[in-house]
Design a protein around this ligand. Structure first.
Ligand SMILES: C[S@@+](CC[C@H](N)C(=O)[O-])C[C@H]1O[C@@H](n2cnc3c(N)ncnc32)[C@H](O)[C@@H]1O
Length: 187
């Protein structure tokens, strides 16, 4: 898995939106905004073959959980091969996040990590996913997105009182990281 798998899947499925996995530098930066010291619940949108997921599983406590929502069937199968009891893989769209979280009997999530290509989505779909995300997060919860452009900020600001961005240049292409929450962002 890795770049070759991204290219193969990108040729057949343009929603994959990238021919190379996110860099370890971007992953490290996103992880700086996650408190791995306690039991947490993460929803991951668009994990592909698990470049972030594998890092999360290494860092997460035994009582933590991840729901990974991935539309591409090949990637979803690769994720299932990770075989970790803390990980639930769902081969559906982030648009269905509410029903997916409810089916796991989670009331709320602590973090939503998103790599889906929001710029490809229609405005109403984008807004629906962001609204559902804001509703599903705990009071201190964080929406952590990474995109190759900074277009998402005004959309996030509709649903999250606090939105911050960081750039990671050690990524091809450079990545904009979004940190959004109900409460003021302090690292
Ligand atoms: C740019 S890739 C990011 C992959 C990986 N997380 C990374 O950081 O390299 C986007 C991923 O989101 C998935 N995807 C696209 N639209 C989606 C949606 N609506 N719901 C869930 N996954 C989606 C694609 O199949 C692809 O795996």
């Amino acid at each position: 898995m890795g770049t070759l798998s991204y290219i193969k899947n990108f040729i057949k499925d343009r929603q994959v939106a990238s021919i190379t996995p996110t860099s370890r530098f971007t992953i490290g930066r996103v992880c700086e905004h996650i408190n791995f010291e306690k039991d947490i619940r993460i929803v991951e949108f668009g994990p592909a073959d698990g470049v972030f997921t594998k890092v999360f599983l290494k860092k997460l406590s035994p009582g933590s959980e991840i729901i990974a929502i991935e539309t591409n069937r090949n990637f979803a199968e690769a994720l299932r091969d990770l075989r970790d009891d803390r990980l639930t893989v769902v081969n559906k769209s982030a648009e269905q996040v509410r029903e997916i979280v409810q089916s796991k009997n989670w009331e709320k999530a602590d973090y939503i990590i998103s790599g889906i290509p929001f710029s490809f989505l229609k405005k109403d779909v984008k807004n629906r996913i962001l609204k559902e995300s804001a509703d599903l997060l705990t009071e201190e919860g964080r929406f952590l997105g990474y995109q190759t452009s900074s277009h998402l900020k005004p959309y996030l600001a509709e649903y999250f009182p606090s939105v911050d961005t960081e750039m990671e240049y050690l990524n091809i292409p450079p990545m904009c990281i979004y940190i959004a929450g109900r409460q003021q962002i302090t690292k």
